[in-house]
Write a protein that binds this ligand. Structure first.
Ligand code: BG6
Length: 475
């Protein structure tokens, strides 16, 4: 279908497997809405697939509240171009029916065969779905284009978490590699679609004031923090099986670390970027780990009363490259903490002090991922009216103040990348493998779980910080 007044751009059928889940209504339908409303997608259809007995009308009804400034005309267009297919992912015969439905939908809506499969399911479905989509001809292995003449493509997006261990992620990756080309595979880490995460490498590689200093000679430590005020929000069963290490560190935090610590990619394109991230992830070793669990976790619905799952993790990491020799990287994430904050703090080493009273702190570059997106540089500057006395000041870039508050949501950015076939912000098989290896190293450490009160700063982590060199958590 064609949305009136829009620029003819992308055209595809979205096939969302797991259409009745939270992700579809909270993120995917709203993201597709925004792309349709802004004309990024000109011609499209949506096929929702799940085992539930429902309709797309109902899916849209539940998604509606997650779409700000909804325009009825666009919403109605979307509903009219949507279809529902009920099936059990393990029922192999049902894939043939789905294939027929997709072909009919493509014909009815006069669409070329660009197919975007979105696996918004738990990872234990990934293998069977991938294999059956290929076995029944819904996708075929092709590089960037599946039909050179018609310029059509077939791509599969895999939602996180990608497996639950090194072994399971390897099995999934092996199954994928048998039937798809890596250029058709889009493993999502939605943090890579956040504006300020996209800024990390760009700020570093486009600014002379940062790039030459990005080195152990000048950097004292790096902190990567993802604190959340919210708890597990009704996801007891999932969270008990995963915990913070697998839910946050394996993906979001290690991706941030890779972006901060990678060597310069040969060129700023997907394969070179991912080569550089994988190279640095292969050099990570774990120095120290502190795990915590908030009071009351054991009473959450779906959580085992004897669970030893972590809802807080702090990890001290070393990176064995000349660039990062002796520089500690501290990662911290947790639920039910004092405040919501996702930030990267890069602490620079002090300069030789020429004053009688030396500055108490050194320079920091802080990248605020959320909630107050922006960057600031902490410098020393003269106190007004006082001779030779300095105080820390911030040079601040506020993303909302400069660019306005309506930046696209992460899923919108990432879906648009999939339509363009741009894999820069998607995680390659080898990166996933390396990240799970790091989590395995951490899990092997047999760390005692500490309790912490809801709304606190989490367990005491001072023992892991390098207090001699005055490294403390930056807030
Ligand atoms: C998800 C985790 O990947 O990221 C959640 O599963 C977490 O537990 C969420 O709350 C945090 O990301 P955001 O974008 O909501 O801050």
């Amino acid at each position: 279908m064609q949305v009136k007044g829009s620029v003819m751009q992308h055209e595809c059928v979205f096939i969302i497997l797991g259409a009745t889940g939270d992700l579809t209504k909270r993120k995917l339908i709203p993201a597709i809405y925004k792309m349709v409303a802004s004309g990024v997608i000109a011609r499209f259809a949506i096929i929702g697939v799940s085992v539930d007995d429902t309709t797309m009308q109902q899916v849209f009804e539940q998604a509606r509240m997650f779409v700000p400034d909804l325009r009825e005309a666009v919403w109605e267009h979307m509903k009219q171009a949507s279809y529902y297919h009920r099936m059990d992912f393990n029922d192999h015969a049902a894939y043939a029916q789905l294939n027929r439905l997709i072909s009919t939908v493509e014909k009815t809506n006069n669409l070329v065969a660009n197919r975007l499969f979105y696996l918004a399911t738990m990872p234990h479905h990934f293998m069977v779905i991938t294999k059956q989509l290929a076995a029944h001809g819904l996708v075929k292995k092709c590089a960037r284009l599946c039909d050179d003449q018609k310029q059509t493509w077939q791509r599969i997006v895999y939602e996180k978490p990608f497996g639950d261990s090194l072994a399971s992620s390897r099995q999934i990756n092996d199954a994928i590699a048998e039937v798809l080309d890596e250029h058709q595979v889009f493993r999502i880490d939605h943090w890579l679609g956040k504006e300020l995460v996209g800024n990390i490498a760009l700020a570093r590689f486009t600014n002379r004031v940062f790039e030459p200093l990005w080195h152990a000679e000048h950097i004292e430590s790096v902190q990567i923090i993802a604190s959340e005020k919210i708890g597990i929000e009704g996801r007891g069963q999932f969270y008990d099986a995963y915990g913070t290490l697998k839910d946050m560190v394996q993906n979001h935090l290690l991706q941030l670390l890779a972006l901060v610590a990678m060597e310069d990619p040969v060129h700023f394109t997907a394969d070179y970027l991912r080569d550089a991230k994988a190279a640095v992830l292969s050099k990570v070793s774990i120095d120290n780990v502190i795990l915590g669990q908030y009071d009351g976790f054991l009473e959450e619905k779906g959580v085992s009363p004897t669970s030893t799952t972590d809802t807080f993790a702090a990890v001290k990491i070393s990176i064995d490259t000349p660039r990062w020799s002796g520089v500690p990287f501290y990662l911290k994430a947790g639920k039910f903490l004092e405040k919501k904050e996702a930030a990267i703090h890069i602490k620079f080493k002090p300069v030789r002090c020429l004053l009688d009273i030396c500055p108490t702190d050194t320079n920091y570059l802080t990248i605020n991922i959320q909630p107050h997106e922006g960057m600031y540089l902490t410098l020393n500057a003269k106190k007004p009216g006082v001779f030779n006395d300095v105080t820390p000041i911030n040079m601040h870039f506020s993303h909302a103040a400069l660019f306005g508050p309506n930046t696209p949501a992460a899923y919108e950015v990432l879906l648009a990348d999939v339509l363009r076939g741009d894999q820069c912000a998607f995680v390659r098989a080898d990166e996933i493998d390396l990240a799970w290896r790091i989590i395995q190293q951490i899990s092997n450490k047999q760390v005692l779980l500490q309790r912490y009160a809801r709304g606190s700063t989490g367990p005491d982590t001072t023992s892991m910080l390098d207090t001699e060199r005055t490294i403390i958590w930056k807030t």
